[in-house]
Design a protein around this ligand. Structure first.
Ligand code: APR
Ligand code: ZN
Ligand code: ZN
Length: 367
């Protein structure tokens, strides 16, 4: 057993149960790993989902995957990071060597196991000699983490930790969907259905791309107010208006890009209906893998397309430093996305806020 470091983590022992604070032990980083002291950790909806529904992650499990912190130690083969670096984690887990990685598409990596320790190696984190699972190889609801260097991106020191942590998941997913998956540009007309943590960042991405119109749709008026603050040019309340008719009227026939950012079949249909000829719908919202979407053929006769999107087609080491710059220049708004700053001991309250339909993020801070 190597020296490692002791700390505290919020641990999930059974699906649907509350997280329990425990003393844990992180092992010494292997050659390609880094030990990070976590300063801030965002509570993302997928943490909540995985705490309630079996997604195949062995228990006990340390959730959390949206972190910012400071590198404390680096493994012997790490050359791009040093102790003292401020970093964020990005869950675009990638080996760096497969074909997708080599052609600049790490979000399509075919070898996720390459960045994890093998079962016969010492576990990265344990409690009382029992090994714990790190969610997405990160395990962010914890004072420390040991991660493969490919998941770790250096960010400027001026970036406050409580907003920096959002860059890796919520911001990368939403901003990237508009900027990289869809490559929105000036003159484009954009529809964003669902303006939660991710959809609000699709709105921001479309604004940064210079889209001509950005139409936000949500059934929650508070979400629409925030969407307007972040760049929507029109806001439509889902249960009050005929969304498709309103979009067609505003745009004179339909949008070029429609983003579904909820994850339900009905709104996928709405996205397709609201497209102009030749437009494309992007499915950012996650549905059950076996969900069946009934898409009428007339859409394809009108040359429309439909595309799945994951993690906003993010290339972590290229895009995250760009987003950090945009924030520091005042062009990317992140402060409005943090509603609540809490200690690790209140992590279960953060989950409760999500269950209550809270809009913006709760961020755990480690003082
Ligand atoms: N019509 C309009 N708006 C809706 C509807 C509906 N039928 N149902 C939900 N909404 C709105 C909610 O009011 C909320 O503002 O959609 C938004 C969803 O936001 P969040 O719950 O915060 O979810 P978010 O974290 O943004 O993720 C959305 O994207 O990446 C995926 O896995 C993620 O599937 C999830 C989706
Ligand atoms: Zn996330
Ligand atoms: Zn790869």
């Amino acid at each position: 057993m190597s020296a490692g470091v002791g700390g505290t983590a919020a641990v999930l022992h059974g699906l649907g149960e509350r997280l329990v604070l425990e003393e844990v032990r992180w092992s010494e980083p292997a050659p390609q790993e880094v030990l990070v002291r976590i300063e801030a950790s965002g509570i993302c909806r997928s943490d909540l989902t995985v705490s309630r529904i079996d997604n195949g992650f062995p228990l006990p499990l340390i959730l959390g995957h949206e972190i910012a912190g400071v590198v404390e130690r680096v493994g012997s083969a790490v050359t791009s990071l040093s102790p003292g670096d401020h970093v964020v984690a990005c869950p675009v887990n990638h080996c760096g060597r497969c074909r997708s990685c080599r052609i600049g598409e790490p979000f399509r990596c075919s070898d996720h196991a390459a960045t994890q320790r093998r079962a016969d190696e010492e576990p990265r984190v344990s409690a009382d000699g029992r090994s714990l699972t790190q969610f997405i190889g990160i395990g962010g609801f914890s004072t420390h983490t040991v991660m493969h260097e490919n998941l770790v991106v250096r960010v400027p020191r001026e970036l406050p930790f409580h907003v920096a942590c959002l860059l890796g998941c919520g911001v990368a997913t939403g901003l990237g969907a508009a900027l990289h998956s869809a490559r929105v540009g000036p003159g484009d007309t954009v529809l964003v259905i669902g303006c939660g943590g991710v959809g609000l960042n699709v709105v921001q991405g479309a604004r940064l791309a210079g889209a001509r119109r950005i139409i936000a749709v949500d059934r929650n008026p508070a979400a629409l107010a925030l969407a307007t603050e972040l760049g929507a040019t029109e806001a439509l309340q889902a249960d009050e208006v005929d969304v498709v008719a309103a979009v067609k009227e505003i745009t004179g026939g339909g949008v070029s890009h429609a983003f579904e950012v909820i994850g339900v079949p009905d709104t996928v249909g709405q996205a397709m209906d609201a497209l102009r000829k030749g437009g494309t719908a992007y499915l950012v919202g996650v549905q059950r893998p076996d969900a069946v979407l009934g898409i009428p053929f007339r859409h394809f006769f009108e040359q429309k397309g439909i595309r799945g999107v994951a993690m906003g087609s993010t290339v972590p080491h290229v895009h995250i430093p760009e987003y950090a710059d945009l924030y520091l220049q005042g062009r990317l708004y992140l402060d409005a996305l943090v509603a609540n700053r809490i200690p690790l001991a209140d992590v279960n309250d953060g989950f409760d806020r999500l269950l209550d339909g809270a809009l913006a993020r709760s961020v755990i801070e480690f003082a």
